[in-house]
Design a protein around this ligand. Structure first.
Ligand SMILES: C[C@H](O)[C@H](O)[C@H]1CNC2=NC(N)=NC(=O)C2=N1
Length: 96
């Protein structure tokens, strides 16, 4: 799957709450109710990520998870990143 052009990236970001362009990636910091909720988000997302075989760069600090999505094989942002962002939005909504 190929790299997205700037217009497609901008269009995708308008559909995704709180996501920003970060160079060759799209990024968001999710904030949860607690450290446990942040861990639950990562645990719930992990099988979905593996199913997609498309993996985020992500890190946790206390109740926050910062996610950066880029397609390393393509060298930038592809539809796989937009799809994974949509999945992470959906998973984040399931965490109390
Ligand atoms: C062989 C396997 O499909 C690849 O290494 C996958 C795994 N997950 C990946 N994740 C991301 N973000 N980019 C990739 O290019 C990528 N490649």
């Amino acid at each position: 799957m190929g790299l997205l052009d700037d217009d497609r990236i901008t269009a995708a970001l308008t559909e995704l709450d709180g996501w920003q362009r970060d160079g060759d990636a799209i990024a968001k910091t999710f904030t949860f109710s607690s450290f446990g909720a942040a861990m639950a988000f990562m645990a719930a997302a992990a099988p979905r990520i593996d199913e997609m075989d498309h993996h985020p760069e992500w890190s946790n600090v206390y109740d926050r998870v910062t996610v950066r999505l880029s397609s390393h094989d393509a060298g930038g942002i592809t539809e796989r990143d937009v799809t994974l962002a949509t999945v992470l939005e959906q998973v984040s909504g399931t965490v109390p």
